[in-house]
Design a protein around this ligand. Structure first.
Ligand code: GLC
Ligand code: CA
Length: 557
């Protein structure tokens, strides 16, 4: 039955409309421009686009401050353009998920304006108020160092309002049934316009109890069930992908023990330990993180990512581990953010080293879950540390060597295009890489193609195979009598590794290399010996002798 769960074997690609492609030359990317790039995305092989917020917004947090949930910001186009876009996706078999930012609104949202101007407004109770300054007003900031408090006094309202994020993002009172009903209505609206689901922003905060008297916020998990139930009534195959950076012990609460809450969650635990593994060449904490996040309902899925539009949050590592990652990937204070993370893009973090980039991508594609690629990472784009906070990793897509990287014909792009230096658009762009068979872009296309042909990763059960060498990670998946095996060398030195593959009904004698010709055959004791290059990786299918015989028949024909 459940081959229908499309998100189990998807390749998600996330992008901001405003920095992808500008069609009308005003310097801001738009839906018309994005529509023109759909064939590029289709060619890359991605199956799902995740659009970051594009609704009407003052844009003080890159659209995560929404002022009208039922609209497209005029800078990006119209609702009509949006529907043309989703239709274009549908024609190419690409699904669309969009950000659902309902923990808070913009302070310019008409609801908040009504709420602050009139104590008796029906919207007053849509937000979280206090007459006096709450005792914990200086606690719980999400952006420490930039954000001063979580409660701000509003003159007009004559009261304090709660904001988990910036002060221009007042929290919605999500416990209010009217607010909940409105959230469902927002989902229903976009579903009707052709989206396949939502990346739900800041989920732990959405479901937390809020208020001046709340000492320790409690999660109201039932809300998640309400969201899912509604969605599935409206459209059976729609999903919610939750942004919830939580401890592994609460994962099941988010997925729901009866698989009745979130369909997908980003695996922050694995993300952080993956970067630690890349920094330290020690795979053991990563293996731990994989084990800790293993339990999940059969229909649920992890979203696996390397970098996203935010800082690389390292808050779940030990201090020593975090320091190691900082030292390796973000040694300058200016590269770090919010006392917990690194704000750079992937390629510069890895020193632009193609071997390390491939290793990181290979891991993202073969660890349990569905890969989520950040736009521009397929061509190894860089960052612009002169831009504030997280904006450094949000610069426009680099299409060609034309002025402004072909992103816009305007002289004043919304965010500066990276130019000059090793990551400038003059060197790093789609057009150039398209012509080079060995480019990062063409490699990414090939790895995506292969990833889609290995559904075992998204569907199967995994086992981590022991090795004596902490620099080598071996993971195996079993699904429907098929097995695949992935070997990664995290170290800068070559490694020889020995292991055996014991499967019921198959001794795992032959490992068929999915990416190259060097297959592996076990010795008499059933041991495979593989020599991995520095940062080398192997994708194997566990194949019986039959397969090999058939192959040699074909080859000698
Ligand atoms: C999420 C988003 C981030 C945004 C915040 C507030 O963490 O990923 O970009 O600033 O929520 O909406
Ligand atoms: Ca434009």
């Amino acid at each position: 039955m459940i081959d229908d769960l499309w998100y189990k074997n998807a390749i998600i690609y996330c992008l901001s409309v405003g920095t992808y492609m500008d069609a009308n030359g005003d310097g801001i990317g738009d839906f018309k421009g994005l529509l023109r790039r759909l064939d590029y995305l289709h060619g890359l092989g991605i199956t799902t686009i995740w659009l970051m917020p594009f609704q009407t917004s003052p844009g003080r947090d890159d659209g995560y401050d929404v002022a009208d949930y039922y609209s497209v910001d005029a800078r990006y186009g119209t609702l009509g353009d949006f529907v043309e876009f989703t239709h274009g996706c549908e024609q190419r078999g690409i699904r669309v998920i969009i950000d659902l930012v309902v923990n808070h609104t913009s302070d310019q949202h008409p609801w908040f304006k009504a709420a602050r101007s009139d104590r008796n407004s029906p919207y007053r109770d849509w937000y979280v108020w206090s007459d006096k300054k709450p005792a914990n007003a200086n606690q719980g900031m999400v952006f420490p160092g930039v954000q001063k408090s979580t409660w701000t006094r509003d003159k007009e309202a004559g009261a304090w309002y709660f904001h988990r994020f910036y002060d221009f993002q007042p929290d919605l009172n999500t416990s209010n049934p009217r607010v909940q009903a409105e959230i469902l209505k927002i989902m229903g609206f976009w579903i009707q316009l052709g989206v396949s689901g939502f990346r739900m922003d800041a989920v732990p905060f959405v479901i937390a109890t809020k208020g001046a008297k709340v000492k320790k916020p409690a999660e109201q998990y039932d809300m998640l069930r309400t969201f899912r139930e509604f969605l599935q009534w409206r459209q059976g195959d729609a999903i919610i992908l939750a942004e919830a950076n939580v401890l592994p012990k609460t994962d099941m609460e988010y997925f729901g023990r009866d698989a009745d809450r979130m369909h997908m969650m980003f695996n922050f635990q694995v993300n952080q330990h993956l970067f630690y593994a890349l920094a330290s060449s020690d795979s053991r904490p990563l293996a731990q993180a994989l084990k800790a996040t293993k339990p999940r309902p059969a229909s649920a899925q992890w979203g696996l990512f390397l970098r996203n539009h935010d800082e690389l949050d390292l808050g779940r590592l030990t201090e020593a581990q975090r320091d190691r990652v900082f030292k390796c990937f973000g040694p300058d204070k200016d590269m770090q953010l919010y006392n917990r993370g690194i704000r750079r893009r992937l390629a510069p973090m890895l020193g632009g080293d193609r071997r390390r980039l491939e290793l990181a991508y290979s891991l993202m594609c073969t660890l349990p879950g569905t890969p989520v690629i950040r736009y521009g990472d397929e061509i190894a784009m860089g960052d612009d540390l002169s831009l504030p906070e997280r904006n450094c990793a949000r610069t426009p897509m680099q299409w060609s060597t034309e002025p402004n990287g072909g992103f816009t014909i305007s002289d004043t792009p919304a965010l500066p295009v990276i130019s000059e230096g090793p990551y400038g658009f003059e060197h790093v762009n789609v057009a150039k890489q398209r012509r080079d068979p060995n480019s990062m872009l063409n490699w990414t296309e090939r790895i995506i193609r292969m990833r889609k042909e290995v559904p075992e990763i998204g569907w199967g059960d995994f086992t981590i195979i022991r090795t004596r060498d902490p620099a080598v990670l071996i993971i195996r998946y079993d699904w429907r009598n098929n097995s695949v095996l992935f070997v990664h060398n995290l170290d800068e030195k070559p490694r020889e590794t020995a292991f055996s593959v014991q499967l019921p009904g198959d001794v795992g004698e032959h490992l068929i290399n999915l990416l190259a010709e060097n297959h592996s055959h076990a010795d008499k004791r059933g041991q495979h010996r593989v020599v991995l290059e520095p940062y080398g990786y192997r994708w194997y299918r566990v194949g019986g002798l039959d397969y090999l015989l058939k192959r040699s028949e074909i080859e000698t024909r």
